[in-house]
Write a protein that binds this ligand. Structure first.
Ligand SMILES: [Ca+2]
Ligand SMILES: [Ca+2]
Ligand SMILES: [Ca+2]
Length: 206
């Protein structure tokens, strides 16, 4: 019974270890983002593709904006989420997504400037987003996880189509994924448990 408990714990750990959103490093690192007010982060990875190894529930939290334009963050997964930048800070909504690249896009509703996940804006300024991060002394870059009392897998910010700045604070969001096991994952977990039980019984019999 002890071995069974250990097997379950190991399986659960292996599962939760995959519970984060990942990002490609093919985007452009911005080492100084001028005028970012919400939040006052200065380093970001531009237009990197965000993905997940597992399907699950994506939680999207609105962290704020400094923008005259109305911007929309949409996720078009198994279900749909559309969040504007004129709602109460701290609002969290959820959407179901499959495995792979997150099917999201930002859209500036005033001038129809926008960007999909991993889209590279030719201007690298208007209509693009960053993943906020920090740079260690050895040069390693890592994404920021917390802001405003919340903890997230990734924090992203959109620079909308207003051609006055590149501050990436026009629609700021915290993203977190809670994976939902696929039927195949349950089957593998059950098969593993059955095998563990079989070995335990044989040992007792011997
Ligand atoms: Ca600003
Ligand atoms: Ca702004
Ligand atoms: Ca801006």
């Amino acid at each position: 019974m002890k071995k069974l408990a250990i097997a379950v714990a190991v399986a659960a750990c292996a599962f939760s270890a995959q519970a984060q959103l990942s990002y490609s490093t093919t985007g452009t690192y911005l080492n100084s983002i001028a005028g970012n007010n919400v939040p006052s982060f200065s380093t970001g990875l531009l237009d990197a593709q965000i993905s997940t190894a597992l399907p699950g529930t994506l939680s999207v939290t609105f962290l704020g904006k400094e923008a005259g334009h109305t911007n929309l963050f949409g996720v078009y997964g198994t279900t749909t989420l559309e969040m504007l930048n004129n709602i109460a800070v701290g609002t969290t909504q959820q959407v179901q997504v499959g495995a792979g690249a997150l099917p999201f896009r930002f859209l500036d509703q005033n001038d129809s400037t926008g960007v999909p996940n991993g889209g590279n804006s030719p201007s690298a300024a208007q209509g693009s987003y960053v993943i906020f991060g920090t740079r260690a002394q050895n040069g390693d870059w890592s994404p920021l996880k917390s802001y405003g009392g919340g903890t997230f897998d990734l924090i992203i910010g959109f620079n909308d189509g207003a051609k006055v700045d590149a501050d990436y604070d026009d629609h700021v969001l915290g993203l977190s994924l809670a994976p939902v096991p696929e039927p195949g994952t349950y089957a593998m977990l059950l098969a593993g448990l059955a095998a563990t039980g079989f070995v335990a019984r044989r040992r007792r019999a011997a």
